[in-house]
Design a protein around this ligand. Structure first.
Ligand SMILES: Cc1cc2nc3c(=O)[nH]c(=O)nc-3n(C[C@H](O)[C@H](O)[C@H](O)COP(=O)(O)OP(=O)(O)OC[C@H]3O[C@@H](n4cnc5c(N)ncnc54)[C@H](O)[C@@H]3O)c2cc1C
Length: 500
């Protein structure tokens, strides 16, 4: 079975943020009766490790021997009843309870911001049942992508088709909790389009099930209430996902375009003619030159479709017609991308050299994308010490697409954190000002919490009311999604004058 992958070496176990909530010894003892438990006092290294994720800023802290905030206790239940028991104990004691899956989140979402208990869901793993006729798999939330796909593909000839770059790092529950997107999402959809139903443990330990049929008209969609809730409204324990037969056919194509805007327009026409190639990735001139066959001036488009041969042929015909304004590029570039697509070793290498590096993925309507692309790259580059800002388009819809920005800066060591905050302030606000949304698939976590009220406007109050209704004591993952918390304001970002 797959295990979480540490993002970078952790050279110490100190909590960068202090305060928060200690877990009393009697609560630790009761938790240990419910599920295997590790207390920070007994096993500081393993608890510190279980208290961090892939948030790029915290990689710098890890090299300095710090995690954002270590939990008091990490519990690893293997049954739904045990998850419910842990929730009841935390609710009665008023202790923060943060769900963690693969801890591959890049926004600090599974970091226990106020200490307390981390519930490690990776012990609740495995495929429970497969309905081969309907194409629906029932899977426990802590199952990693490779374990799910191995069993589905080999045992049933099916695939969910959810292949995020973090395929080896993320669990099903974490993907659902963050509204994740796989690299083949233009055909199969994001995880929210693949979810048929959920089992969720509420803050007081009650267990509920939602959904279960292809569509419903029984009031609002309660499944989607928990999708993307990042552990703040409930703990997902079981997921029903759509799966499709393994594709019998596959075809690839590659093109270059004089500008990114021309490539965007080609993608728009593909989608609006009704074609949904599994992969439709358009790289700007910077990323195209960075290993995708570009000359530093032109953008590159990779296309891959799979499925029924007749459908694939029709899709690729539409693609070729819509891309006629570009130039054909070597098809081997797509194979090269496939081979290297999940290699993220540059992140660790650059972090060790002191670079501030991160990515920002957002979505906007086709009518806004070209202008948003220019504005966001320019805004990022205006930040002091910024070195590069680049972009690709990676998930397309009838009405718009996801743009994925990558940026890097080289500040002096004392300005790593302030530069990181300035880059996100500049980039995210430029996105919002140009009609983009807050996030397409990485979610909010801690990093984007300060933008949520602004991004949602008056509808933010609806989210706050839902939180109050489902978790009145505020114990579930406090400090995240920009929600108010009884434990105080989020510990990050600190006021500017407090930066080292
Ligand atoms: C190298 C790299 C590449 C990535 N590529 C992609 C990509 O292509 N597409 C994409 O969508 N994301 C990507 N991500 C981001 C990350 O993998 C996703 O956010 C993923 O969905 C997180 O899953 P996880 O199991 O690691 O969750 P965690 O990081 O453990 O948790 C994330 C959030 O979900 C909550 N949570 C976790 N499990 C549960 C549960 N069972 N019930 C309730 N809440 C829960 C946590 O409390 C936290 O708020 C990438 C990350 C890395 C490091």
């Amino acid at each position: 079975m797959t295990e979480p992958t540490p993002p970078i070496e952790l050279t110490g176990v100190t909590s960068r943020w202090t305060g928060g909530v200690e877990v009393p010894a009697d609560v630790v003892a009761r938790l240990a009766e419910i599920a295997p438990a590790r207390a920070a006092g007994d096993d500081p290294r393993s608890v510190a490790e279980a208290s961090r994720d892939w948030w790029p800023l915290a990689l710098h802290w890890a090299l300095a021997g710090e995690v954002p905030r270590a939990a008091g206790v990490v519990v690893r239940p293997t049954t739904v009843a045990a998850v419910a028991g842990v929730a009841r104990q935390c609710r009665e004691a008023g202790i923060p309870l943060t769900a963690a899956g693969g801890r591959s989140g890049v926004s600090g979402a599974s970091v226990p911001a106020f200490g307390g208990v981390v519930v490690d869901l990776t012990g609740l793993a495995g495929v429970v049942a497969v309905d081969e006729v309907a194409g629906v798999v029932e899977v426990l939330a802590g199952t990693f992508g490779p374990d799910l796909e191995r069993e589905l593909q080999a045992g049933h000839g099916l695939s969910v088709g959810h292949f995020p770059q973090s395929f080896d790092l993320a669990t099903v529950g974490g993907s659902v909790a963050c509204r994740g997107a796989g690299q083949y999402s233009t055909r199969y959809g994001k995880i929210e389009h693949l979810v048929v139903g959920l089992e969720v443990v509420l803050a007081d330990g009650r267990v509920v099930r939602t959904g279960g049929a292809p569509a419903a008209a029984a009031g609002p969609d309660l499944t989607q209430l928990f999708v993307g809730s990042e552990g703040t409204l409930g703990i997902i324990t079981r997921v029903w996902l759509r799966a499709h037969p393994l594709p019998p056919a596959e075809r690839r194509a590659a093109f270059t375009f004089a500008t990114f805007a021309e490539g965007i327009d080609a993608c728009r026409r593909v989608l609006q003619r009704g074609a949904t190639p599994a992969v439709l990735r358009l790289y700007d001139e910077i990323e195209a030159a960075r290993g995708h066959g570009g000359d530093g001036h032109r953008s590159t488009l990779f296309v891959l479709d799979e499925g029924d041969a007749t459908m694939v042929d029709a899709t690729m015909t539409v693609v070729a017609e819509c891309a006629a304004g570009g130039e054909p590029a070597p098809i081997e570039l797509v194979a090269d991308w496939l081979e290297h697509r999940n290699d993220t070793s540059a992140l660790q290498a650059l972090t060790r050299k002191g670079f501030v590096v991160d990515t920002m993925e957002i979505a906007a309507g086709w009518s806004r994308l070209a202008e948003l692309f220019d504005a966001v790259r320019a805004a990022l580059l205006e930040v002091p010490h910024a070195r590069v800002a680049s972009c690709h388009l990676s998930h397309s819809y009838q009405d718009g697409a996801c743009l994925y920005f990558t940026f890097a800066a080289t500040p002096p060591a004392a300005e790593v954190e302030s530069t990181y905050v300035a880059l996100w302030d500049a980039g995210q606000r430029a996105v919002l000002a140009h009609g983009g949304n807050l996030s397409h698939h990485h979610g909010v976590g801690l990093n984007r919490g300060r933008f949520v009220a602004e991004a949602l406007g008056p509808a933010f109050e609806v989210l706050v009311a839902l939180k109050d209704a489902l978790d009145p004591a505020g114990i579930l993952n406090p400090g995240k999604l920009g929600l108010p918390s009884p434990f105080g304001p989020p510990p990050w970002p600190a006021p500017a004058e407090a930066w080292p």
